[in-house]
Design a protein. Structure first.
Length: 311
């Protein structure tokens, strides 16, 4: 995957240098009194938090379209141009979107821009498997799935807006406080409603819910690891079935937008072994609006489904 990215970077460099669609030839917006901040976010959760805080004072663009898998996405020339035009560039961090630093920022003039890593003030959990570290870095990047960690990421965005546009501090502060209240309320709801759980583990398509699990006192077990683009082995699937049978767990969580082929394999095998009805529930990955639900509403629905699975 890293070799593919280097090849992609070379292609972009050729396109930029050739002047066909050259960043150097794009007219950049000049700061004007009363104008909006131009903000680029790497993907939907960061886009959502930025829009909630910035409101009418910002124009937010997301590089990755909603629903697209973040782990395997690669930037195109138009993404370089968008970042070149931005006042503030915001990314998740924790190794998720390192392509921004490796493949985008070297191609643009970053002078005067704010480049914001939203996880800079988040306590990150380390990946424990060697393969995960080699492929995706030292840390689990799925911070945005937890209301508690998302709160810290949102505060970093708020502080960036105030730094870049201090004249509108009262506006940003009011909107930040409203978002903070939503995330605090969610955090308290997760804590109170999962406190009396009967089970201590959930089984998921991939290990994206580590921050949620640690914060609210349970464990996750995924068919694949932190990266959603892996292929599980037959042995791994068999181990999942064994663990579910041993723990008397008959709920499996599927992230909308991901293939259910392996989940159905687990369901069929477990039903044959136990004679139990296996329920498949959704846990949203929060990487775009879906089922008419935005970021916060998907978090609320995740809590409802976690209650069902944990008892």
């Amino acid at each position: 995957m890293k070799m593919d990215r280097r090849l992609n970077l070379a292609i972009i460099l050729i396109a930029v240098v050739s002047g066909g669609i050259g960043v150097a030839y794009i007219a950049r917006p000049q700061p004007i009194e009363g104008g909006k901040l131009i903000v680029v976010a790497t993907f939907y959760p960061i886009y959502y938090l930025a829009e909630r805080i910035g409101g009418d004072m910002v124009e937010v663009h997301s590089l990755i379209q909603p629903g697209i898998e973040v782990h395997s996405w690669q930037p195109a020339v138009k993404d370089i141009v968008a970042c070149s035009d931005a006042d503030i560039i915001i990314y998740n961090g924790a190794g998720l979107d390192d392509w921004l630093n490796e493949e985008v920022l070297p191609l643009i003039d970053v002078e005067g821009k704010l480049i914001i890593d939203t996880t800079e003030n988040v306590t990150l959990w380390e990946n424990i498997e060697k393969k995960e570290i080699e492929e995706h870095g030292l840390y689990d990047p799925h911070t945005w799935l937890s209301p508690y960690e998302a709160r810290k990421q949102a505060e970093t965005i708020y502080r960036a807006f105030v730094e870049r546009d201090p004249n509108n501090v009262d506006y940003y502060t009011a909107r930040w406080m409203a978002l903070l209240n939503d995330l605090k309320t969610l955090d308290e709801s997760y804590k109170s409603q999962l406190r009396s759980k009967v089970r201590n583990s959930i089984f998921v398509t991939h290990d994206a819910f580590g921050y949620v699990a640690r914060r609210y006192g349970f464990k996750q077990q995924g068919i694949v690891g932190v990266s959603a683009d892996e292929q599980p082995s037959t042995q791994t699937i068999a181990q999942i079935v064994d663990m579910m049978q041993q723990t008397g767990t008959y709920v499996f969580y599927l992230e909308p937008g991901y293939s259910d082929i392996y989940v159905q394999t687990v369901k069929t095998e477990l039903q044959i072994r136990t004679g139990k009805t296996i329920q498949i529930l959704e846990l949203y990955h929060l990487n775009g609006p879906i089922d008419g639900l935005d970021y916060i509403q998907q978090m609320e629905k995740n809590l409802v489904n976690l209650q069902k699975g944990l008892g």
